[in-house]
Write a protein that binds this ligand. Structure first.
Ligand code: KIV
Ligand code: ZN
Length: 512
């Protein structure tokens, strides 16, 4: 008789911890799109953000919760009333409040400047307060990996008593080894008197490249929930990758005696979507979702695979939804094929969005012979997800050369009105940005600018990503075009529109 297979709760934090990856911030529309795909993927819980961190994040978490996609929507909150209240409002009664406080000696002493008994008090109060908003409360001991095990048991017992239903043990700084971490989970199970009233969760960071190994070791030791992100995105070196954990459990079910609700055929699509939306590429040799994950290069391997796939493949590429090489579309592709391809890439567009994207695709076909999946994703990103278009590009003309002062003339549309101005700069992009600032009537700081070709070839789409700040607000913008200056202007406008929207929300909140 085989032993019972345990179902592990998959808590995805791509929209929160994943978004903390440098440069990975997403606007509301992007978060909603990723959330939709996470629901199709079958995650049990999705942490949609940290509502108190900004009005934009509050709106995004609320928007995701209001979509009622099926998975529980969680919002992060420090053990503070204002955080918990804001998270409670964002996720609603059916949502989860995930509250945390640091428990390691170094964090308590140097960061919180709190004595351990006060930390326990704050944690208990936070959980009790969170329970006034929802029954579903998760508590995390931040930096649990460097926490005294006796103290961990003490605080965990107290927060379970206060009403926490999930206890998360994060290896916040990626310090643990699989052996120690498994031992820590076992210790908690064996020594905390009321642990059977809660689910033990783990949340591992990848600073030493051990996040997946530590998560799996913890699952073997009895953890019932795993926190992870698509493509392993996350703070610093990232979080444990969802796809790696899930496929380990699936392929080695015999060993782990555990599985998940994840529809593994949705993995590849989800990975692509997250990569497109965040602009963070997946390394080609990344397990499960890298471009080379199922490519056999060596002759001996190819020969073996032709004779019997299982000689060199422990799982099929189809099982993770990999549909072969990037598909090619061109000017003869119709609306139906275009829509099907969009769906395969994880985009669900409404009628209007589909029309706009299709129109853009046709215009691109005039400039580019073959259009790859990467181009399609860039188009959708640029056309649909670029946020609210307060200011839109209508026309641009730039002049530059080795002997000329770079100048730009830009015409922008705002509602039905047109605004024209020009600027000079260090180069044509700088000149165009100056012209835009003159039209919008305020300066913005450009903190990051990245340009890359979406695919190979001289006619490739140029994709630009910028990070802009102004008056304490930050926004990321993206733009794509076969003309890199147009792509740059679009990215800049998308970031500016985003900042202006944030300012508007704040002004409304303050009743201005
Ligand atoms: O890494 C961490 O400790 C976290 C907590 C907020 C759960 O992200
Ligand atoms: Zn984390």
């Amino acid at each position: 008789m085989g032993s019972k297979i345990r179902k592990i709760v998959v808590f995805d934090t791509t929209l929160r911890d994943g978004e903390q990856s440098p440069g990975a911030s997403m606007n509301i529309k992007e978060k909603m799109e990723v959330a939709r795909q996470l629901a199709r993927l079958g995650v049990d819980v999705m942490e949609a953000g940290f509502p108190v961190s900004s009005p934009g994040d509050f709106e995004a978490v609320k928007a995701v919760a209001d979509m009622n996609l099926g998975p529980v929507v969680a919002g992060l909150a420090r053990a503070k009333e204002i955080d918990i209240k804001t998270a409670g409002k964002a996720v609603g009664k059916k949502g989860r409040i995930h509250t945390f406080i640091a428990t390691s000696p170094i964090h308590m002493e140097k960061k919180l400047r709190m004595a351990p008994p006060d930390v326990i008090k704050a944690a208990v109060n936070a959980v009790k307060y969170a329970r006034t908003f929802t029954k579903d409360v998760e508590f995390s001991c931040e930096d649990a990996g460097r926490t005294d095990w006796g103290f961990m048991v003490e605080i965990v017992a107290a927060v379970i008593e206060a009403g926490a239903k999930t206890i998360n043990i994060p290896d916040t700084v990626g310090y643990c080894t699989p052996w120690e971490f498994a031992e820590q989970i076992r210790y908690l199970k064996e020594n905390c008197p009321n642990i059977d009233k809660a689910i033990i969760s783990v949340h591992c960071h990848n600073d030493l490249g051990m996040s997946v190994a530590n998560s799996l070791a913890a699952i073997r030791a009895g953890a019932g929930q795993v926190e992870c992100t698509i493509n392993g995105l996350g703070e610093r070196a990232g979080n444990a990758s969802l796809e790696e954990i899930v496929m380990n459990l699936k392929v080695r079910r015999d060993f782990y005696q555990a599985d998940t609700n994840i529809k593994t055929k949705e993995i590849f699509k989800t990975s692509r979507l997250v990569s497109q939306v965040t602009g963070i590429r997946v390394q080609p040799n990344k397990a499960i979702v890298g471009m080379n994950a199922f490519a056999h290069e060596a002759g001996i391997h190819q020969d073996g695979v032709i004779k019997e796939r299982a000689t060199y493949e422990i799982m099929t590429s189809e099982s993770v939804g990999w549909k072969g090489e990037s598909m090619v579309m061109g000017k003869h592709s119709g609306r139906n094929a275009f829509n099907k391809r969009m769906e395969a890439l994880g985009y669900k567009l409404d009628k209007q969005e589909l029309e706009r994207a299709f129109d853009r695709f046709k215009r691109l076909c005039d400039k580019k012979k073959v259009v790859y999946d990467e181009d399609l994703a860039a188009i959708v990103d640029d056309e649909i997800f670029s946020g609210n278009m307060l200011w839109e590009l209508d026309y641009q003309n730039t002049n530059s050369g080795t002997e000329t002062i770079p100048t730009a003339t830009v015409r922008l549309k705002k509602g039905k009105e047109m605004f024209l101005d020009s600027g000079t700069g260090d180069g044509p992009v700088d000149a165009a940005f100056k012209a835009i600032e003159r039209i919008v009537g305020q300066p913005f700081n450009l903190n990051e600018y990245a340009l890359e070709a979406v695919t190979g070839g001289k006619d490739a789409l140029g994709s630009v990503r910028v990070r802009v700040t102004s008056g304490g607000k930050t926004a990321v913008g993206r733009g794509a075009s076969t003309d890199v200056i147009t792509a740059s202007i679009k990215a800049y406008l998308s970031a500016i529109n985003n900042i202006l929207l944030q300012k508007e929300i704040k002004a409304k909140k303050n009743g201005v």
